[in-house]
Design a protein around this ligand. Structure first.
Ligand code: ATP
Length: 303
């Protein structure tokens, strides 16, 4: 049976003057799962998040939260925790003061000490927010987003600018919320993050939904093999091999995307008998994302 829906958008549009930021979106966000919202710059992700939060008003179409609540209504706000790119917190307060302040807004807040511990912020508890590094601030903003124990967590690029260790701390914390049944909308430019955390991926491009499904289903929609090889052959020659869609020469390896991996590899080995390193894998989410958004762009240019 389908899980309840935290947000339901039908024919949702949003225009800034003559720019159609959302050009008619039909989207159900299901409870209890992590939905990753992916899209190139300008796709409409922030606009959608602002509509879900009631920061922007619905101009056209329908948008309902939690089976009947209006975005921005008090009841809806109490159930949502949000971490946006621009924080707007009172930055002369310490981490502990901010956490205490945010906890006071909610009837049953989470343990503040528990959150400081989970996000490895205990030693920073008495430091003012404006004296934290960018990565430390991100972790504090996450703690503020979850301290009210929200049913739905909206995270807009939560790990941008984080070092690998801090990223892992946030990933662990997001995963723990998912395990606890919190619904999560994760807007990210990192495909490895979406692949790792998301149950469902929505690809937005120029205000429209291009694809949605599980990360694996999206990946499989691009019938390509990725070949990583160390070769002296020039890119121009590699592009002429059977099945090859694209070639990217890096410093150590060249990456080839092919529609017919076996044929490409055969031809490659015949053309260069000095090859030692060769790896073949299916397309990853990033490859699929780039192929989907590229082909949408090509179709639009051809129209
Ligand atoms: P990014 O990944 O760069 O953050 P995004 O997917 O969040 O992009 P939006 O910020 O929603 O995209 O923008 C969608 C479109 O609407 C873009 O073409 C953008 O230029 C335009 N836009 C966004 N905000 C405004 C605004 N306040 N006034 C005019 N146009 C806007």
């Amino acid at each position: 049976m389908d899980q309840p829906i935290v947000a339901e958008c039908s024919a949702l549009q949003h225009h800034y003057g003559s720019t159609a930021a959302l050009a008619g979106i039909d989207l159900d966000l299901h409870a209890g799962r992590v939905t990753a919202l992916l899209g190139p710059n300008g796709a409409g992700k922030t606009t959608l998040i602002h509509l879900l939060l009631g920061v922007l008003s619905v101009q056209r179409g329908r948008l309902e939260l939690f089976g009947g609540l209006k975005p921005g209504s008090r009841e809806a706000q109490e159930r949502i925790g949000v971490m946006l790119q621009a924080s707007g917190v009172q930055d002369n307060l310490t981490v502990a003061e901010l956490l205490g302040l945010f906890a006071s807004f909610y009837p049953q807040p989470d343990s503040q000490i528990g959150l400081l511990d989970e996000l490895e912020l205990i030693e920073l508890a008495d430091r003012r927010f404006d004296r934290l590094s960018g990565g430390q601030k991100q972790r504090v903003l996450f703690a503020l987003a979850v301290v009210g124990r929200p049913d739905w967590l909206i995270l807009d690029e939560p790990t941008t600018g984080l070092d690998p260790a801090a990223r892992r701390i946030l990933w662990r914390a997001i995963e723990a919320r998912r395990q606890a049944g919190v619904s999560i909308l994760l807007c990210t430019h990192f495909m490895d993050e979406a692949q790792k955390l998301a149950d469902h991926v929505v690809v937005l491009d120029r205000g429209r939904i291009l694809e949605q499904g599980s990360p694996d289903a999206i990946r499989r929609r691009v019938p390509s093999d990725r070949i990583r090889v160390r070769t002296a052959l020039p890119s121009a020659k590699l592009r002429t091999l059977p099945g090859v869609q694209s070639v990217q020469a890096g410093e150590a390896f060249t990456e080839i995307l092919s529609r017919r991996g076996v044929d490409t590899v055969r031809a490659l080995l015949a053309a260069d008998d000095a090859i030692e390193d060769l790896e073949v894998a299916g397309a990853d989410l990033e490859t699929a994302f780039l192929a989907l958004t590229d082909s949408a762009q090509t179709e639009q240019e051809a129209a």
